[in-house]
Design a binder for this molecule. Structure first.
Ligand SMILES: [Ca+2]
Length: 468
């Protein structure tokens, strides 16, 4: 396998470590939970081609599509927001160009309120994102822009294949940057109320970017959630980390590839990237491996993992790294295993999803000519959110605290599942594979029949008050 993670430039990582705690995610993670189901996350919604129409025309079309009552409330909110923004020093010209005539964008509200319907298994997630076509296109682009990427690797210590992997995953190398008007989308989300404070701050930052002359209000396009340009930076990330890579004194993350790439490299460097170290490598676990050790919070020196019999899947040696490593099983004990390093945590700051971070690692590895996954994918089958909710309720009722059933597999549910698996002699991987859900269902039914449930099931409301 090619050593795709480059050569050591320790000075950068040392400086960056100090800044590690202050780094904010690139993309919208306002909910604080990993984004597991991300349809069209790039926001490349072709909204009737509105982006190419004059502002007055599209404002009219949006008004026509939105209830008048909501518009009244929105207009009042917008007037108050505008005053606030002006008081914070944003120019009248910027406020006029970005906010005059805007209306709530119904499509943005719809996408924001969409609930995940299923948990996509890792192999499916990876198969959709790391394709032969994407690898070939990325390699061609790396060759085309070799001078830029070589320079970035020298300056920031971030391997060119890692930057290209983010580029490929975020916008398919700039081909799907999103075409929604950012001020209108952010105003919609700030008005909506669910995460007002977060999006209000993003809108203010978007206006400050326009005010600084980096882009005009019409040209500021992106995803429904406010992510912009080649690398899908949120406005706050733009302000904190974006840099001018081509020296024209403007930061243009939409049209200037040097600006977009220098900004991404600057972000990763300041997030604590350790030059010369990988994000993750696929590993083979020994017979009799204690699955309890395979979790993201259990960190050991690489040498200790080696003593436990963990080896690199490609037959090479385990990498020498400064920090500790964890073993993760994104699709349960029957699927591939990965050893993850400090740079995995850096990628998780960009996007708080284990699957995303592993996809970055896999795409980077393949862009460098390395191999695809070696191990089989593990137990297949998408996991419906309703099933996961039922799983959480069943665990709760049997005395394994999985928290309020929400269909999301967070640390509490994983811990509950691990306790259940340990008590029933199953591999303790904390992964809700279909077979595990079936096992819990059966145990729950038996416990109910035997009157052993810790909690009583939720009462049924609305039935007949009395029976004859
Ligand atoms: Ca520039």
């Amino acid at each position: 396998m090619a050593n795709w993670f480059g050569t050591g430039k320790k000075s950068i990582s040392v400086i960056a470590s100090a800044a590690k705690q202050t780094v904010v995610p690139v993309k919208s993670t306002a909910s604080g939970s990993p984004r597991r189901f991300t349809p069209r996350e790039d926001g490349s919604v072709r909204f009737l081609g509105l982006c190419v129409l004059a502002p007055v025309v599209w404002a009219f079309l949006l008004l026509a599509a939105f209830p008048a009552q909501a518009q009244t409330g929105f207009d009042e909110w917008l007037a108050a927001f505008r005053q606030d923004a002006a008081a914070q020093g944003i120019s009248a010209a910027t406020l006029d160009s970005a906010l005059t005539g805007i209306a709530p964008v119904e499509r943005v509200t719809e996408l924001d309120q969409r609930q995940p319907e299923f948990l996509q298994p890792f192999a499916d997630y990876l198969g959709q994102r790391v394709t032969v076509r994407r690898v070939e296109l990325g390699q061609a682009l790396l060759a085309e822009h070799a001078a830029l990427f070589d320079g970035l690797e020298q300056q920031y210590g971030i391997p060119k294949v890692v930057l290209a992997a983010f580029w490929g995953l975020e916008t398919n190398y700039g081909s799907t940057p999103g075409s929604l008007n950012i001020p209108a989308s952010l105003a919609t989300l700030a008005f909506d109320g669910r995460r007002s404070e977060f999006f209000r701050g993003q809108l203010l930052d978007a206006l400050r970017i326009i005010d600084a002359g980096h882009i005009d209000a019409i040209g500021m396009k992106g995803s429904w959630a406010g992510a912009m340009g080649h690398m899908q930076f949120m406005p706050s990330t733009f302000r904190a980390y974006a840099v001018d890579g081509d020296g024209d004194a403007r930061i243009d993350l939409w049209q200037s590839l040097p600006d977009a790439m220098h900004s991404a490299a600057n972000y990763l460097s300041r997030a604590g990237w350790r030059a010369g170290e990988p994000v993750a490598i696929e590993v083979i676990l020994p017979e009799g491996f204690d699955w309890r050790h395979a979790r993201i919070g259990h960190r050991l020196p690489v040498a200790e993992w080696a003593e436990l019999g963990v080896r690199a899947a490609d037959g090479g040696t385990l990498p020498g790294v400064v920090g500790r490593a964890a073993v993760v099983l994104p699709q349960g004990w029957q699927g591939p295993a990965f050893m993850v390093f400090d740079n995995f945590d850096v990628v998780m700051q960009w996007n708080r999803s284990v699957n995303y971070a592993l996809a970055v690692s896999q795409l980077a590895q393949q862009l460098a000519g390395g191999c695809a996954l070696i191990s089989p994918p593990g137990e297949a089958g998408a996991l419906a959110a309703v099933q996961l909710k039922a799983l959480q309720q069943a665990l709760n009722e049997m005395g394994y605290d999985a928290g309020t059933p929400d269909g999301l597999i967070g640390p509490l549910t994983q811990t509950a599942l691990r306790r259940y698996q340990a008590a029933h002699g199953l591999p303790v991987d904390g992964y809700p594979a279909p077979s595990v859900i079936g096992h819990v269902q059966q145990a729950h039914a038996e416990a109910r029949a035997a009157g052993r449930l810790t909690l009583t099931p939720e009462p049924t409301f609305g039935g007949p008050a009395t029976q004859p």
